[in-house]
Design a protein around this ligand. Sequence first.
Ligand code: FE2
Ligand code: FE2
Length: 393
Amino acid sequence: MAHSQKPVIIYGGSFDPPHKGHMALAAAALRQLEPAALYFVPGWRTPFKDFQPVPFSRRCGMLAKALRGAGLAGRKGVSISSFEAGHRRVVYTFETIGHFQKKHPGAPVYFLMGSDCLAGFKQWRRWRGILKKASLLVGLRPGYSPGAAHGVPFVALRGRFPRAASSGLRGALFLGEKPSALAGPVLAEIERNGLYHDRELRYLKANLSSARLRHSLAVARLAMSLAPGLGLSPQKAALAGILHDCARELPGSGVAIARKGLAGVFPGRKSENMLYVEVISKAPVLLHAWAGAALARNLFGVKDREVLEAIALHATGAPGMGKLARLIYVCDLAAEGRGFKAAAWIRRLAGLDFPAALRAANYVKLSSAFSGGGWVHPLSVSLWNSLQEKKNG
Ligand SMILES: [Fe+2]
Ligand SMILES: [Fe+2]
């Protein structure tokens, strides 16, 4: 059926951050369909994300810069819509499409996406309803094969579009890199507002030696790479990795901060926390882990319990510690740049058999403590015992 009306294109997503791939897709859609309107619709929360996104207003700020950088700002019909944000909850695509359909009665509606979204499309809420109301307008990315669509009908954009996933870019930004898939003005906006841990990295650059900073980034990088295989969020892993040693070079090993801050880090476990601090005073260097958790919470506003636990327990380990804490414990020992022989093989082992890598990391830490002839923290010993029980049981 031929439509006399010009189409309307909706481009939904988290745009966290908006990159050149997004802009290339939008530019191609404008060329090919000459629509009456193209709406960028950043979500308030996207249903598939497990980590806090950058706040909506900041993402809109970056999106405006990205549009300007790509020469799309001010193009007739192109705008950023705050429809989804207005709801302050997860808004499903079928609702967004319904909204714009009402706004443009009778106009054919297209929903723009990269081909990587096709594979999961049938998991979207009311996907059949979406297809009744709108056509999917898809930019094919390298590696796309027809089977990936699982029979979902779509209109293909002419051309091939670079693969630039926001999640990978976030990872690079967490590590202080400046990915070329982001336009200069977007990077400047990120820096100005301290987004994607830029603020945390700046603090670390000012407060840690360059060797320690390199180590923290190496731990974050390794943790990010192992996280998906363990069912963990790479972003949480990166944050815990970057911050795990944030209090390592504080004067006095951060004793005061550890004491003051711990009650807030694990409320309800006050006496337990204090006990750890008392015991740790026999090996003050270990205090930086607890002080680091307190600092992460007080200075950077980290509220995530798993991240705080991972920072607090990275030096001693503890029986029953959570998955993320186990990951950071292993990565701290096995990250690139660690000078001892076992580090490299534990690193490899971690990707193949993580529980074995955890036992090995614990063994290496304990045996170096024993061979030094010093006091050994009881939590590290209990971790050892609990791992033997698991292995045998
Ligand atoms: Fe440490
Ligand atoms: Fe460390």
